[in-house]
Design a binder for this molecule. Structure first.
Ligand SMILES: *[C@@H]1O[C@H](CO)[C@@H](O)[C@H](O)[C@H]1NC(C)=O
Ligand SMILES: *[C@@H]1O[C@H](CO)[C@@H](O)[C@H](O)[C@H]1NC(C)=O
Length: 398
């Protein structure tokens, strides 16, 4: 270099040039279009190899790297997008990605993202699980040793994730399963499956912390969102849920040594025509764990069968033994400003465990009306300690 002999303005120019060049290099996104890796948008060709190759190539680079699925319909058999990656990964799909219908091709998932720190999934595209032909093979409600159908999209051990402007339809089992993740945001997600499709939960979370779900529309045949053991610091807002089974914490207490569930906020949500609104459920009997610090507030219920529901006597496949109580301790649960219509007369049902009664449950400003047969809405409390204040329709049982 001849810097030493150059004039000052030239030095400044060179420095500015270098700075811009470096800054550009850091923000420029390298694009890995799956079509360049052999993907064909004919709705028939299996593109999972092309997708996987595009991902592996993108994952080797530092900086910001985008795997792009352009418009069109791409069939793909099960595929894993695995890290760790060198840089920040963007998975942008503008097209429709379709699952095969042949169940023999699947293990327990269709698309898996795992061990990635720094991931954005976006693009406005759709993941179509093509579940309709698989739903009749869902035996798991009857047979506990059943082979499970595949989950559409698994997020395993993702840190700093953002999923936005994505649709998922007709999963064979759950749409999204979030496991072992930290700091993830999901926004503007659309999830749909028919009301009578089995176990098509929208988003299931477990062993994850710092997860935010907002501005999304979810309608399925099971829970819109279900929050399993080990979930901590979960914030859900502006979600429209229906049809479906509502937003559930649980089922908790199915297994030994489950992690506690703590710090859940569900607010500014609408439930429409769902079987439950906000529900906490634990198996009976069940081993000891904690479920604590939940806030459900500013929630509108439109014709929801069980709007506010704690069920600590959950035992769907056998009859409950009332002496074999759940040992999951539920505490610090706040229900605030929840209004609308209840599909059943029993609008508020707090059925806690005789073994470990619920502690510190608060009902504030509840206005849930029941119209039609059976008369006005009622509430029922079993083994609950707590307080009620503000407006209480139905009259509080606390
Ligand atoms: C309760 O949970 C919220 C949301 O996760 C969290 O911000 C808050 O700190 C928690 N409070 C306590 C006392 O742990
Ligand atoms: C949440 O809902 C409440 C009650 O409807 C409303 O006052 C508040 O503005 C809403 N918050 C947001 C962030 O939309």
């Amino acid at each position: 270099m001849m810097m030493g002999s150059s004039s000052t303005p030239l030095k400044v120019f060179v420095l500015v040039f270098l700075f811009v060049w470096v800054a550009e290099g850091q923000t420029r996104t390298k694009v890995f279009n799956v079509v360049r890796f052999g993907a064909v948008a004919d709705g028939k060709t299996d593109n999972s190899k092309a997708f996987g190759n595009a991902w592996r190539e993108a994952c080797r680079w530092e900086g910001r790297n985008k795997v792009l699925i352009p418009e069109g319909t791409y069939m793909a058999s099960p595929v894993m997008f695995q890290g760790p990656c060198k840089g920040y990964m963007v998975f942008e799909t503008k097209g429709v990605v379709k699952a095969p219908t042949d169940l023999s091709m699947f293990d327990d998932s269709w698309i898996t993202f795992q061990y990635i720190n720094g991931l954005t999934i976006s693009g406005g595209g759709t993941f179509d699980g093509q579940g309709a032909s698989a739903w009749p093979y869902n035996q798991c409600t009857r047979n506990p040793n059943c082979k499970s159908l595949p989950v559409s999209i698994r997020f395993n051990f993702i840190t700093n994730g953002m999923v936005r402007h994505i649709s998922s339809i007709d999963s064979k089992l759950f749409h999204f399963n979030i496991f072992g993740c930290k700091k993830m945001k999901l926004r503007f997600i659309k999830i749909s499956a028919p009301e009578d499709s089995p176990n098509t939960d929208g988003i299931h979370l477990g062993s994850s912390r710092g997860i935010q779900i907002s501005r999304s529309v979810i309608g399925t045949g099971d829970d819109c969102i279900s929050i399993g053991p080990g979930s901590k610091n979960i914030r859900i807002s502006k979600v429209f849920c229906g049809p479906g089974h509502g937003i559930s914490v649980g089922s908790l207490g199915k297994y030994q040594n489950e992690e506690d569930v703590m710090g859940i906020i569900v607010r500014n949500c609408t439930f429409s025509g769902t079987s439950n609104g906000v529900r906490i459920k634990t198996w009976a009997p069940s081993p000891a764990s904690l479920a604590s610090n939940f806030t459900f507030k500013d929630i509108f219920m439109n014709n929801v069968y069980n709007p506010i529901f704690i069920d600590q006597q959950y035992c769907p496949s056998r009859s409950c033994n009332p002496k074999a109580a759940s040992q999951v301790q539920i505490s610090d649960v706040r229900y605030r400003n929840i209004w609308g219509t209840s599909g059943s007369k029993l609008a508020v049902n707090l059925l806690c465990s005789p073994g470990v009664p619920c502690r510190n449950v608060e009902l504030k400003d509840i206005n849930l009306v029941h119209k039609g047969y059976g008369g006005p809405a009622t509430s029922s409390c079993s083994y609950v300690n707590g307080v009620a204040y503000g407006r209480q329709i139905p009259p509080s049982c606390l």
